[in-house]
Design a protein. Structure first.
Length: 448
């Protein structure tokens, strides 16, 4: 089904972003022609003759040709939303407050537009109970700590971790922990705790030195970079069970992706990833289509360096690339972009359940309360409304089952300004996937 090649030609970014309609997406490499079949995200190499026919025929004729080649299959994804989605992952907004004043923050300086508050132990324990309510032996659960800045309420963070660990052992389930932090409050004791419990630690950093200081200042106006670096350095040195990653929110002011990636990897982060700022409450820092084009060029430059390094036996932990390649390899096909509102819910400090951490205090994504659990009717309505088959322009996009329709929060609050960016990135990743199959097939068995 798949051929192994290397050193494919580079596709012009503007062409890569051009949308095509179902049932397939064509892409080329220097050794042949290929198609991604949307149904099931299946990749095939095809002859020059077949490629030429597909490039000129209409959709009906294309369907007939694919069927004659034995490539048709029953629909992998139906129009129906899933019936029952038990909660297997929760994020706890244990502190709806923050010591930074990032202008683009979706949480509006941590408070989500309301009064600053901490989650109480009673709410936190009830949320943990929701997570474990119907977990079966052998399943894996996850607890994420977010805010605001969760380390302003570290006592509760530790209490929740110990409680969930005990319940996991008692019920013979696996438990994972994660935290997203701005890094300004990290202590040696925190590092030891995270290492002991094998946390996935994500540190939010938007660039080097003054760039980060401008985008992520303290509320008093001073820069945060030096403080974060001083706190994170010993954390990075300690990581064995835990993994410490950097997450860069990309705005029009920090589009220096290759330099940022190399610098943060050089500091010792386990991985580094980029995410465009598409929707902020004030509109500050949002990426325009032209900014996203610049970001795409930077992402592809990082991707090409990733290919070079991996093919030469080096580790290069560009997480966006790693994730995309492994999802393509698995044949990921999905009607949603993530588990928000399904297997994953966010919990506010007051105990309300939301589709994810970004919808905290937003009625659009409210799904229930910790005391009573997820409201099945609300969940059904959420999943039915957000299904990719009902989204536009997703229904006619070749990338819809790899993308899943885009972040729910960003789509609800801004629409889809990033569609060309997503298609361009996925088109490049399809080419890179073929390179890796040829040059480093063992990569897909690696746990990088």
């Amino acid at each position: 089904m798949l051929i192994q090649i290397q050193n494919a030609p580079r596709t012009d970014v503007s062409l890569a972003a051009a949308p095509l309609s179902p049932p397939y997406h064509r892409f080329d490499t220097e050794v042949g022609k290929h198609i991604l079949l949307m149904n099931g995200s299946r990749i095939f190499s095809i002859s020059e003759e077949i490629a030429a026919t597909l490039d000129t025929c209409n959709h009906a004729d294309a369907e007939s040709l694919l069927s004659s080649l034995g490539l048709s299959a029953p629909a992998f994804i139906s129009d129906e939303p899933p019936e029952h989605q038990p909660v297997r992952s929760i994020s706890l907004a244990i502190a709806q407050k923050c010591n930074l004043a990032c202008s683009y923050c979706y949480a509006q300086a941590g408070s989500f537009g309301g009064d600053e508050r901490d989650m109480s132990p009673d709410v936190a324990m009830a949320a943990i109970d929701v997570l474990f309510a119907d977990a079966s032996p052998g399943e894996r659960l996850n607890v994420a700590f977010l805010g605001g800045e969760p380390l302003t309420n570290r006592t509760l963070l530790r209490l929740c971790t110990e409680r969930a660990s005990k319940l996991a052992a008692r019920n013979n389930v696996e438990i994972g922990f994660s935290i997203t932090t701005n890094g300004t409050l990290l202590t040696a004791s925190d590092s030891e705790f995270f290492e002991r419990h094998g946390f996935a630690v994500t540190v939010s950093l938007d660039g080097l030195g003054l760039i980060n200081d401008r985008l992520r200042p303290f509320k008093g106006g001073n820069g945060s970079y030096d403080r974060v670096l001083a706190n994170v350095t010993p954390l990075l040195a300690m990581q064995q069970r835990m993994q410490v990653s950097a997450r860069v929110t990309v705005t029009p002011e920090n589009l220096y992706l290759p330099e940022t990636l190399d610098a943060f990897l050089g500091l010792g982060f386990h991985s580094v990833g980029f995410s465009p700022m598409l929707s902020s409450p004030s509109g500050t820092g949002q990426m325009s289509v032209s900014h996203l084009q610049s970001m795409l060029e930077g992402m592809i430059e990082c991707g090409r360096e990733f290919e070079h390094r991996i093919l030469h036996g080096e580790r290069y932990a560009f997480s966006n690339m790693y994730t995309a390649l492994h999802e393509i390899h698995k044949g990921t096909h999905r009607p949603y972009p993530c588990g928000a509102g399904a297997g994953y819910v966010g919990v506010s400090a007051g105990g309300a359940l939301y589709a994810c951490h970004r919808f905290v205090e937003d009625e659009v994504g409210r799904l229930g309360e910790v005391q009573s659990g997820v409201d099945p009717q609300r969940q059904r309505e959420w999943l039915a409304a957000r299904h990719v088959h009902l989204q536009e322009p997703c229904r006619s996009c070749w990338a819809k089952y790899l993308c899943g329709g885009g972040c729910h929060y960003e789509v609800v609050h801004r629409g889809r300004p990033a569609c060309d960016y997503i298609r361009g990135w996925l088109h490049y990743c399809l080419e890179a996937y073929i390179h890796m199959l040829e040059g480093k097939p063992t990569f897909f068995g690696a746990q990088n």
